[in-house]
Design a protein around this ligand. Structure first.
Ligand SMILES: Cc1ncc(C[n+]2csc(CCOP(=O)(O)OP(=O)(O)O)c2C)c(N)n1
Length: 680
């Protein structure tokens, strides 16, 4: 094979430029996978034509400013094809994406991890890899775009959301929720380019799937068509026309996976393994690509760089329009896009906290949450509420909010329908897009349905607030299907996720304050169905929930035991402390609404709160990670299995989560500690 100098692009002149541009993408991807000896060459080689047409003719972006708010969003839902995206970022001139980064694909410290990671690589709009997530996240982005457009107009917000998705994304159940929601909401700025190559890892899609995807999307209210995904004119025509429809669009691009690899293309062999030097050499011959790995003729690179700069004029014009706005409007836009919560929200939270302290309402924490939301939605319109069809149970809708309706995006509340997973993923998309702080409700037991998207929010570090009510057996009669027992433990196992379980109305306001301020962390607010008393506490100038745990009631003298509880069980711990007092035992009570924030405190603060006396943990859930706070001699009072269908009070008594049981556990813990202290 002849290797031409990069300065003599003879071959370029023989090929139409867009074909050469697509081949540049193909070989950067295939060579990076080859160098890493790991990765997925098939998808980038197959979708190079579609991506080239999209980038060179349609995508509104400026590589010099990857965060320009009015850029089109591109989501690579088929995240395993990450090299497609990295190649495009390099070619179009994103500063941080150098050729060296491509050479270090999948290596420690590189900007080119195995799957695209938001926040790690500039130009990556969302983390993808778990199939289907990107598509559902894009629904949230497209929704945020329309909603922001309704507020600020075409001059500031006027862009599209494009998705590259494969068979795998469309097979995932999540895709059904996502396309159904997008179709219902008529998100016409959402365009899915489906890599319709009919191959997944096991082989042909016919092994496992007989869906007619076009009919499926059509049934959900989408505009659909199928094209040859290697015909640049057909791709361009399809995108051009679909941008004008009043519905979201599916363009099924029939492609050949691994296009250009002579013996492997069109088969599963090219999905997720390097081509090997022989096959790669033959692909070079077949596609008339005489360049060595990572070598590009200057002229071709220049063409791609021009694509990266194509949006510069539009961006400057946009900046001028922004500058011309009056100060109030400009600040409103900036605050929305940056996700500022504003001092008014802080004041509203303080005010309602004081009201709860004065009035001491005996209400469920879900009701307290609603009152908090009532207060803050009076002073900000940057919150986007919603619920997965449990609005009246989660109490997530306020008087100030209006539902968003198909084609009418002026509201600030989403009826997500019974689609917990899509709700969670769409909220990620809203947060990533910017403009709104999303919160959404469901029952805590159904957090499992949202979990993959919650995990991604935590991985990406985005502020999404989950309002999960009916947080224990305390919900009563609905029974064990609806009573979470392992969910707190399982959510607490997700790194970078804040799990709050406030004990009363005051802590609920304080937990909301923490969740809103946690700009790089998602939160789950676990709220009770049942009414809870407002607990006595000393006045605190600072928000004690922000420390994760604090001493709610201290002993007069040295502690005999420390009772640590969360949520509805804090009141039980207080009652147990009273029982212990009658037995001459001094129990301090610690409320621990957020394990994660407490774990992040300096050791001295943690030691002051936990004390040196034996400890008892109380939570109407399985033990999970409680041992960390209890030590070897500590006792845990909670659930050991599933709940049951009965009135709440009876369940607490039958499952032994009572003041008496906590007092007995305290006595055992004290005795065990003494026994340990006696030398053998
Ligand atoms: C939720 C999830 N399940 C499984 C996988 C593993 N996986 C990665 S790619 C893939 C097949 C995807 O097929 P397709 O979307 O057609 O991609 P192509 O073969 O065209 O590259 C699978 C099962 C994953 N990444 N995410």
């Amino acid at each position: 094979m002849t290797v031409h100098s990069a300065a003599t692009p003879n071959i370029l002149r023989a090929l139409p430029s867009h074909v050469a541009m697509a081949n540049a993408v193909r070989f950067l991807a295939a060579d990076a996978v080859e160098t890493a000896n790991s990765g997925h060459p098939g998808m980038p080689m197959g979708m190079a034509d579609v991506a080239t047409v999209l980038f060179s003719r349609f995508l509104k972006f400026d590589a010099a400013d990857p965060r320009w708010p009015d850029r089109d969003r591109l989501v690579l839902s088929a995240g395993h094809g990450s090299m497609l995206l990295y190649a495009l970022l390099y070619l179009t001139g994103y500063e941080a994406m150098t050729l060296d980064e491509l050479r270090h694909f999948r290596q420690w410290g590189s900007k080119t991890p195995g799957h695209p990671e938001y926040g790690h690589t500039e130009g990556v709009e969302t983390t993808t890899g778990p199939l289907g997530q990107g598509l559902a996240t894009a629904v949230g982005m497209a929704l945020a775009e329309r909603m922001l457009n309704a507020r600020f107009g075409d001059g500031l917000v006027d862009h599209y959301t494009y998705v590259l998705a494969g068979d795998g994304c469309l097979m995932e159940g999540l895709s059904h929720e996502a396309i159904s929601l997008a179709g219902h909401l008529k998100l016409s700025r959402l365009i899915v380019l489906f890599d319709d190559n009919q191959i997944t890892i096991d082989g042909a899609t016919s092994l496992s799937c007989s869906d007619d995807q076009l009919i499926r999307f059509l049934a959900s209210g989408w505009s659909v068509r199928r094209i040859n995904g290697h015909d640049h004119d057909a791709i361009a025509q399809a995108i051009d026309e679909e941008r004008e429809t009043s519905r979201p669009s599916l363009i099924a691009c029939r492609t050949v996976i691994g296009y250009g690899a002579p013996t492997r293309q069109g088969t599963e062999k090219v999905h997720g393994a390097p081509l090997g030097s022989d096959e790669l050499g033959k692909a070079r011959e077949a596609l008339h690509w005489p360049y060595s790995p990572f070598e590009l003729p200057d002229e071709l690179l220049a063409r791609w760089r021009a694509v990266g700069a194509r949006g510069r004029i539009a961006r400057h014009a946009w900046m001028e329009r922004l500058e011309k706005l009056d100060q109030f409007e400009r600040e409103s836009f900036d605050d929305a896009v940056k996700g500022e919560i504003g001092s008014e929200v802080g004041f509203a939270l303080r005010e309602i906290e004081c009201r709860f302290a004065d009035e001491r309402p005996r209400i469920a924490t879900r009701q307290a949450s609603q009152q908090v939301l009532e207060a803050i939605t009076q002073v900000t319109s940057n919150l986007l509420g919603g619920s997965a069809d449990l609005t009246h149970s989660n109490l997530t809708l306020t008087r100030a909010q209006q539902p968003v309706r198909p084609g009418a995006y002026g509201g600030d509340y989403i009826h997500y329908g019974v689609r917990e997973h899509a709700m969670a993923a769409a909220m990620n998309g809203v947060a990533l897009h910017g403009g709104f702080i999303p919160y959404g409700g469901t029952f805590l037991a159904f957090s499992d349905y949202s979990r993959p998207a919650i995990r991604l929010a935590a991985l990406m570090g985005v502020r999404v607030i989950h309002v999960m009510t009916h947080d224990s057996i305390g919900l009563g009669e609905d029974g064990p299907t609806h009573q979470p027992v392992e969910h707190l433990a399982s959510l607490r196992a997700i790194p970078n996720l804040l799990v709050f379980r406030p004990a009363d109305a005051i802590e609920t306001a304080q937990a909301w304050d923490c969740a809103l301020r946690a700009v790089r962390q998602p939160s789950v607010l676990c709220l009770s169905r049942q009414a809870l008393p407002v607990l006595d506490r000393a006045f605190a100038a600072e928000n004690p929930v922000a420390r994760g745990a604090y001493v709610l009631s201290e002993t007069q003298g040295p502690r005999n035991v420390t009772l640590i509880a969360t949520g509805s069980e804090v009141a039980i711990a207080i009652a147990a402390a009273a029982l212990l007092r009658q037995r001459d035992l001094h129990a301090a009570v610690v409320s621990m609404p957020c394990f994660e924030l407490f774990a992040a405190q300096p050791p001295k603060i943690r030691a002051d709160v936990l004390g040196h006396a034996p400890r008892v943990g109380v939570e109407a859930a399985v033990e999970g990670s409680w041992r960390r706070w209890l030590g070897e001699t500590g006792e845990f009072v909670g659930m050991t299995g599933f709940g049951a269908s009965a009135p709440a009070a009876e369940l607490y008594s039958k499952f032994g989560i009572t003041a008496e049981a906590v007092a007995a556990a305290a006595e055992r813990a004290i005795a065990q500690t003494k026994a340990k202290a006696v030398p053998a």
